[in-house]
Each structure stands twice: as structure tokens, then as C-alpha cells.
Design a protein around this ligand. Structure first.
Ligand SMILES: [Zn+2]
Length: 324
């Protein structure tokens, strides 16, 4: 495994791999680079390297220490500053006190400080003391948007690691490995400016959307065919959906029903080409049924905003569409 999970940045990876292999990673690092450039990924890999108990490459990625560190549940790896709030002197002091308690199970104890620029000056000064004379097993990984917002006294005690955007080819290789070789993955790779986090966010968003769209198309099809068993089967599967996804599904289906109504009214120009097959199929139902379906979907959409459970809504959708 080593540091391969980080895309691009070869020189940096090579340097850290060599030091990790020698058991020679330092005790304070300041990791910076654009948001989405892999700073947290790098910090997690470094934390894993420091608590790795496996053989071979460091981090090995397979020992219990690595697995726990990479999934954020290692008792000797503590993370703070994950939200955008100010990091207080109280938090810095708690962290400092904790650093003097020996590790639970790993050779080292690691503190990951995200958004280090959010430490106020008191917090930075409290941290400075433990950076200067903390125990040798303690390591501090600071992640900052902009290293210049960290006090010079802290900076001077840290080794600085800067992550650069990756090349289009590296972005594509990484994204294809993670999301599969699809046109939209290549497009996201080309359009992310080398900041993989941006592309990942976009592709994960599209994945959610396509699940909703797929379910809307299936529902439209069973409603168009008046296929009651099919409708029931689909609605049972929807009971476990989150409120947000279910509400997105209702909107998507409502849109398809409106497209079908537009087709019936002879205004095809208003229907996007991608929605035409589903809208035509829905057109098998009469205008009155489509209008009633639209009314039902609007009503359920409103009910969803008033804390009615998704299970109830899915049941009402099934009964409502099935009764038309
Ligand atoms: Zn390991």
C-alpha cells in the first residue's frame, strides 16, 4: 500500500515512503494545499504509517492498526477541527494533556488537527508547548488551507508538506479506478483542474441522482402499464430510502408526469429528449389519471415536509397510484 492511495505528488510520496520504511517519520507536520487536493487522505496515510504493525510496506494497509487508522477509529489517533468552528485553547489543552498519556496499543500517538487555521492564538500557543517538548511518541499532523495563517512559531517547528493538483492523466487514472470507465468520469477528470476532491464530489452527486432517476423511470413504467404487482414491489423497496432521496424521487416522477401531460397537449417542444420515451409510455394513461397522479405526487411531496415517515409515504404512493 505505502502512500499509493494518494494521487500524483510522486516526489512527496517517495520521500515519505522512504522515511516511513525507516520508521523515521517526524513528530510535527503542516500539510497544506487546495481544498480537495488530498490533504486529509495524506494525513490518514501518515497516521496509519505511524501506528502500522504489519510487515513490508509502511503503511501496509492490512494490519489492524492501519485498518483502524484509515477508518478513523484507532484509539491512538485523535482528530479535531473537522467542522469549521474555531479551535479553542480548551481543546488544545485537552489534546496536550492527552499526549502525555502513553499510547494504548500502537508505538505512537497521532493527533490530526484539521482546519488548523481555525486555532485561535491561545490555542496555537498551548499547542506550541507540546510541539516543543512533548513525548517522543506523539506526532501532530496539522492541515491548513493556508500555512501563512498558522503562527510562525508553530510553522518553524513543523515540516511543511504541500500538495499540488494532479495532471489530467493522473486524475483520469484515479477516477476510472474508483468510479469505472464511463464518459462522465473522463469528463469530470478533464474538468476538475487537477483537484480530485472536486471531481469526486461531482461524481458522487451524479451517482445519487442516477439512483433517484432510475427509480423514477421504473415507477413511471409500472404506472404506465398499470402493473400493480410491479408497483407494490418497487414501493416496498422505497420504505428504506432517506427522506431526501424519497422527496427527490417524488419530484422526478412528477416531472415525468407533467412531461406526459405536455405531450398529450401537443407541446412536445417543452419535453427534454432524454425524458421522451418515459413520457410517451406514461401517455398510455388517460389525461384524468395523469392529472390525478400529479395531484397525488404534489400532496405526498408536501406531506414529506411535515415529518410523515418515508414508510407511510411509500405506502400512500403505492395505494394512490395503484388505485388510478
Ligand atoms: Zn499496517
Amino acid at each position: 500500500m505505502s502512500f499509493d492511495a494518494l494521487a500524483g505528488n510522486e516526489a512527496l510520496r517517495e520521500r515519505l515512503s522512504q522515511r516511513a520504511a525507516r520508521g523515521d517519520l517526524g513528530h510535527a507536520y503542516l500539510i497544506s494545499g487546495p481544498v480537495g487536493s488530498g490533504r486529509t487522505t495524506l494525513a490518514r496515510l501518515m497516521a496509519a504509517a505511524m501506528v502500522c504493525t504489519g510487515n513490508g510496506k509502511v503503511p501496509c494497509g492490512v494490519c489492524a492498526g492501519c485498518k483502524k487508522a484509515l477508518s478513523g477509529i484507532h484509539p491512538d489517533v485523535t482528530a479535531i477541527g473537522g467542522d469549521s468552528k474555531e479551535i479553542t485553547v480548551g481543546q488544545a489543552r485537552t489534546l496536550r494533556a492527552d499526549a502525555y498519556i502513553r499510547p494504548n496499543e500502537a508505538p505512537r500517538k497521532v493527533y490530526l488537527i484539521q482546519n488548523a487555521q481555525n486555532m485561535n492564538n491561545f490555542a496555537q500557543n498551548a499547542l506550541l508547548k507540546v510541539l516543543e517538548d512533548g513525548p517522543a511518541y506523539a506526532a501532530f499532523l496539522l492541515i491548513a488551507d493556508n500555512p501563512s495563517r498558522v503562527l510562525p512559531t508553530i510553522r518553524s517547528r513543523c515540516e511543511e508538506l504541500f500538495l499540488s493538483p494532479v495532471t489530467p492523466r493522473q486524475a483520469e487514472a484515479y477516477l476510472v479506478r474508483r468510479f469505472g470507465d464511463k464518459p462522465q468520469v473522463r469528463e469530470a477528470a478533464a474538468g476538475c483542474g487537477g483537484i480530485l476532491g472536486r471531481a469526486v464530489e461531482r461524481l458522487e452527486g451524479e451517482q445519487d441522482l442516477s439512483q433517484v432517476q432510475e427509480a423514477a423511470l421504473k415507477l413511471a413504467a409500472v404506472f404506465a402499464d398499470a402493473d400493480e404487482p410491479g408497483l407494490m414491489q418497487l414501493c416496498v423497496g422505497l420504505e428504506r430510502w432517506s427522506r431526501e432521496d424519497f422527496s427527490a424521487l417524488l419530484s422526478e416522477l412528477l416531472l415525468l408526469v407533467r412531461h406526459a401531460l405536455a405531450l398529450q397537449a401537443g407541446t412536445q417542444a417543452e419535453v427534454p429528449a432524454a425524458a421522451l420515451p418515459a413520457a410517451r409510455r406514461l401517455g398510455r394513461r388517460g389525461r384524468r389519471e395523469l392529472l390525478e397522479a400529479a395531484g397525488l405526487l404534489e400532496e405526498l411531496g408536501r406531506a414529506g415536509k411535515f415529518n410523515v415517515g418515508v414508510g407511510h409515504l411509500a405506502g400512500a404512493l403505492c395505494a394512490g397510484l395503484g388505485g388510478l
